[in-house]
Structure formats: C-alpha cells, structure tokens
Design a binder for this molecule. Structure first.
Ligand code: OGA
Ligand code: NI
Length: 354
C-alpha cells in the first residue's frame, strides 16, 4: 500500500497522491496548479502534425472474396505504415460500449475505500486499481487513475476477481470484453493473412491468450500543458482496441511527429503492440502513443490488449524467422521488463533487437 511507496508520499495539502488524481482534484477543489511531482519535461500540447490515421471498413471482411482481399491489404498497409487505424462497421453494438463507459464512470465515482480494495503494486496482478504509470517505482507522476484486470479466458476464477460494485459491473464488462475478444481475433486473422500466414496464426499463437482491460480515468487538469495522462509508451500485447468517451487526448508518434488522433463517434481505434511487432519480425510497428489531459472535462478511455499466455515464449513467427530481428523471451519476463522502465517509450523492445 502507500506506505511501501516512498515516491508517492509527497503530499499536497495532506493529499496522498498514491490514492489517485480524482482523489486529489476532489480533495483540493481550488487546485489551480499542477503539483510539481506531475510536471513532465515536455510541452504536452505539442501535437503538431495534421495527418489522420487510416479508417478501415471492417464490413469488407464479410464481403466478397475480392472485397476481403482489399480489406486485408488495407489492414496490412495500416499496420506497416501507421501501427494505428480506426475501424468502422466493427459489428459491436453501441449499447455494449456505452454501458461499459457508464459502469466505469460509476466505478471511479465510488468512495476511495471501495477502489483501494483493488490497489496493488504487483505489475502482474490480475486486477489493479492505481494511478499514474503501472509501476510502483519512483517516477514523475501522470494525471491518470486506472482499473486494470484480465478478461479472456473468462474463467470463474478470473471473473470473481472483478469489482462487484457497481453491482452490474461484471455483467457489463464481460459482455464488452467477450465482444472485443472476438473482434480482436477477427482483426488478428486479417493481420495474419496480410503477412502471408494462415488466418488462424495470430489466434493460435496466443495459446489460451491474455486479454487485459485498462480503464483509464483522466480528471480535468488545471494546467493540461504541464503534464500528461500517459507519457509516450508502446503496448506490450499484440493488438489493442481502444474506446474513448468523446474527449480528445490520444496522440501518436508518426514519422517523428506527434499527431492527435481525433475522436470519431462509434469507431474504435486499433493499434499494433510490441508482441505483434515481434511476431511480424518488424514488418508491423508498435507505435509510441500518449494521452494528453483536458482542462475542463474528464476523459475516459477503455484500452483492451490481446497478447499471448504469460508463460509462453515469444519471438518472430517461424515462417518469417529466417533472419530473426528479435530475440525470443518469455512473455511474462517481457511484461515485467517493460513495466520496470519508468520512462517507457519503446526501450524494452529495443533490448530484444538482434
Ligand atoms: C493505454 C493507452 C490511450 C488513451 O491505456 O495503453 O495508450 O487514449 N491509452 O487513453
Ligand atoms: Ni497504450
């Protein structure tokens, strides 16, 4: 708990930052400045680029053979050139998404004691409430609270760890995560085909597969240009599917320029994570991204990552591994390595390059 975490014991008007940014802004309603512990050494508002990530119409995967080929190619091009794309006609009912956002808002609105039941400093804990980065190590703080837990394979043991307050949380989250898992496997099928592997390759490579839900809560921030909700990082899984509450904030690094990814209602944003960069032997790039915060509005996002079983060894797909560009590693060790780096970026992946 907080007492084991000296980096967090930097009270502002007696507020313990380890208990969350929402707790800070609720406890100090007159807060006019970002406390120095959150000030990050960059101009957070500096997202200069104006290009747009590609949008893929996923209905193409259910169309004629020709239409499918075109869509698979579009997904492959988006993964290679951008590492990020938007999807429309993804088949997920709006209500499933909006109920998920509502129940998350209710969760973060609970009293602190209720949320702190899930507080953990173990980066591999199957459920965690926390704030800032995922790591308990000393670092500059980030303007974010989060709830993270495993989803698929949805065993009773996993689901029983999820919050039961709000009382409908488990049902809503399960409905959402089941749909997102199927969607991720569908996209994974297209991704596999686009690199010349068979359609089932990505899904099979996951084994039982690990789905990790990150619910991000970014309260309004008095000086949004001084800090970030999340600093530049890449995701450790294969494919992340992101839903947002309509408040802008996602930025990606494309051709060395930070670009804002604008919110498009009912579309999801998909991105390539480190596991897919490794599996594709570097053809597809896991892209650095970050989240800025808003002065007036609470931003929420739901990021769901899809990676292999924690105990599996990851490396380039065997048909592509003639000239392997990444060393193999046990996925769990990779996750621990990545979460230990407090400045993130893509430095964990660099360590694996041959
Ligand atoms: C993440 C993430 C971006 C966002 O949770 O890994 O990158 O827009 N979130 O909140
Ligand atoms: Ni991310």
């Amino acid at each position: 708990m907080a007492s084991n975490s000296p980096s967090f014991l930097c009270d502002h008007e007696n507020v313990d930052y380890s208990k969350g940014v929402k707790n800070l802004v609720d406890s100090v309603p007159q807060l006019k400045k970002v406390p120095s512990e959150f000030v990050l050494p960059l101009d957070a508002a500096d997202a200069a680029g104006s290009s747009e990530i590609p949008t893929i119409d996923l209905a193409g995967l259910n169309g004629s053979a020709e239409c499918k080929v075109t869509t698979v190619k579009a997904i492959g091009d988006a993964c290679a050139e951008w590492g990020f794309f938007r999807i429309k006609n993804h088949g997920i009912d709006e209500k499933v998404g909006s109920e998920m956002l509502e129940v998350i808002e209710e969760f973060f609105g609970l009293c602190l004691e209720e949320k702190m039941k899930y507080y953990s400093e173990d980066v591999l804990s199957p459920i965690r409430y926390g704030t800032s980065l995922n790591t308990p190590l000393a670092h500059k703080l980030h303007w974010r609270d989060y709830l993270r837990h495993y989803g698929h394979p949805f065993t009773d043991t996993i689901v029983q760890l999820w919050p039961n307050n709000p009382s409908h949380y488990r049902n809503v989250a399960k409905a959402y995560l089941e749909e997102i898992w199927k969607l991720a496997m569908k996209i994974g099928g297209a991704v596999s085909e686009s690199i010349g592997l068979d359609e089932g390759y990505f899904e099979r490579s996951l084994g039982e597969g690990v789905q990790i839900l990150s619910c991000n809560y970014y309260p309004p921030c008095p000086e949004p240009n001084k800090t970030l909700g999340l600093a530049a990082h890449s995701d450790h899984g294969g494919l992340t599917i992101l839903m947002q509450n309509g408040v802008e904030g996602l930025q990606i690094k494309h051709d060395d320029t930070w670009l804002s990814v604008h919110h498009v209602p009912s579309a999801f944003v998909v991105n390539v994570g480190d596991y897919l960069e490794i599996l594709s032997n570097g053809k597809y790039k896991s892209i650095e991204h970050r989240a800025s915060v808003n002065q007036h509005k609470t931003r929420m996002s739901v990021a769901v990552g899809h990676g292999p079983e924690m105990s599996s060894t990851i490396g380039p797909a065997s048909p592509l591994a003639n000239e392997a560009r990444y060393r193999s590693i046990v996925y769990k060790d990779y996750v621990k390595l990545q979460q230990r780096i407090t400045t993130r970026g893509k430095s964990a992946l660099e360590i694996l390059k041959c």
